[in-house]
Design a protein around this ligand. Structure first.
Ligand code: AMP
Ligand code: MG
Length: 332
């Protein structure tokens, strides 16, 4: 199969709709990362996503809809705070988990009775969703465990020859995945930190929890249990510039190619060691992280991440992704 990368226009949108209607999978731009989309009503199309990514069959997908889509067709009621959150943050990088009305393929939620719904703000995503006028099930458009894609080229690198079309909406401005918020209880609860912060949600909903899986319990957001965001080279995590330099020198002496990834303020402490600059603010770091991980894995034998000093707001999401990429090794 040839994989076309096309800008978003009338003709490419028509093509995308025809592929989706034929049960194919199409990659599309969103403000967070690129998505790998299929008709959420179709068992076969949804199963194709799992097969293409090599995604574990118990890691549910998010359904994407356009701003005019009547959500009540897909979910079974919502608490008052959820309505307020929708008004405040949608369209945007907030995924809301609701009781499911059971209308989409059972493969979307992997047997859970809930449904994760997102209304992306990217004009390219909206154009695609409006054109199909279908709920589109879509995870990030990367092979399972690999770093999420923030350019059409990243998607191509993982899926060339495997999908017919990538709708190129340019670079993703958000850079990390949406916040996933459980809206089935009395108080909203964050299942995955992201671009909409706990503070922002609490300011609208009055309160906001953060879910921490208990030992032995099936996690509420199964994806969080998996190894994730892994660059295709060895990785290490350092708490300081000094620690990073020790790791760096060790690798260098062993004839490897070490590379450090850190926030701007630390670059001056690295004595000229090869480094990639994540930026200074949480927003900047979120926007650059995945592109730099993908850039780093191409040349480095060891990629060393330094724990950022920056805290608060979007940094909770950035730290979560960095720990998964560099240290821990845990999601898809
Ligand atoms: P991805 O689309 O690859 O960014 O992953 C989607 C994330 O949303 C994963 O962490 C899933 O576990 C989570 N998710 C999707 N649907 C649900 C759901 N119904 N309940 C809880 N978490 C969900
Ligand atoms: Mg993903």
């Amino acid at each position: 199969m040839t994989t076309e990368i096309l800008g978003v226009n009338e003709e490419s949108l028509r093509k995308a709709r025809e592929y989706i209607e034929a049960g194919e999978v199409v990659a599309f731009h969103t403000e967070t990362v690129y998505g790998l989309g299929a008709n959420a009503f179709s068992d076969d199309a949804v199963r194709k996503i799992f097969a293409l990514k090599g995604r574990p069959s118990d890691n549910p997908l998010i359904v994407h809809v356009h701003t005019g889509y009547d959500l009540s067709r897909l979910i079974d009621g919502e608490p008052p705070y959820a309505k307020a959150l929708r008004r405040a943050f949608l369209p945007g990088p907030l995924t809301m988990v609701y009781p499911s009305a059971g209308k989409v393929s059972e493969y979307v939620s992997c047997g859970l009775r809930t449904l994760a719904v997102r209304v992306p703000s990217s004009p390219a995503a909206q154009a695609f969703l409006r054109e199909t006028d279908l709920p589109i099930a879509a995870p990030s458009a990367n092979l399972s465990k690999h770093v999420s894609p923030v350019t059409a080229r990243h998607v191509y690198d993982d899926f060339n020859g495997l999908i017919p079309l990538i709708l190129d909406g340019g670079d993703c401005t958000g850079g990390i995945e949406s916040t996933v918020l459980d809206c089935t209880g009395n108080v909203p609860q964050i299942l995955r930190e992201g671009l909409v912060t706990r503070e922002q949600i609490a300011a609208v909903a009055g309160d906001c929890g953060v879910y921490v899986p208990q030992q032995g319990e099936r996690p509420k957001s199964p994806g969080m249990a998996y190894k994730h965001y892994s660059p295709r080279c060895r990785t290490a995590w350092a708490k300081s510039a000094e620690e990073a330099l020790l790791l760096y020198q060790n690798e260098d002496m062993g004839c490897g190619k070490p590379l450090i990834l850190c926030e701007s303020g630390v670059i001056g402490e690295l004595h000229g060691a090869n480094a990639l600059d994540l930026g200074a603010s949480g927003e900047e770091m979120a926007r650059r992280l995945y592109a730099l991980l993908r850039q780093g894995e191409k040349t480095a034998t060891l990629l060393i991440g330094i724990e950022p000093r920056e805290r608060g707001g979007v940094m909770a999401g950035v730290m979560n992704r960095m720990l998964r990429a560099f240290g821990g090794n845990h999601e898809t």
